[in-house]
Design a protein around this ligand. Sequence first.
Ligand code: ZN
Length: 169
Amino acid sequence: MIYLLPMAPWQKTIPECWDSIMAQTLRGKIVVNFSGGERTNEQLVKLPFIAKCRNELVECVGNEKYSAMIDRDVVLVENNIIETMCEYLEGNPDFGAVGLRELPGGDEKPEHVPLSCVMVRKEVWDTGIRFKDKMPCECLSFIQDVRQAGFKMGYLRNQADIKHLHVFL
Ligand SMILES: [Zn+2]
């Protein structure tokens, strides 16, 4: 298992978020890529940087079976959640990826699972699926591509497993 952290050049890790990764029961190599941003709130401008940053991280996966992609402003509420996500993919080979909810409840087969914290199996990368700078966001086209390749993708479970601090600077 490998941790992949996309970031923008001027961004720093937020202590609360970083600590929640370091506290995880499942250890793994951590790769941070700072190529993911342009100082703007314009999605059309930001999106190519974000997609490219995520794709560069995928190039670091090597033979790791599972990749956890986590945004820098996300706090993992429980310290065994990364291990739980890996166990889920291990037990559900039909799932290509799972994400975590910020709020409890919601659709069981959502159209869109945000990439705030997702666990992706290597077979998904092996099919050649990468992130696209396709509006409105790279997560929407990702879930569509994953499903089109024959994998399932959804949320791990029905509870709030992340706190999203929504820090933009
Ligand atoms: Zn999205």
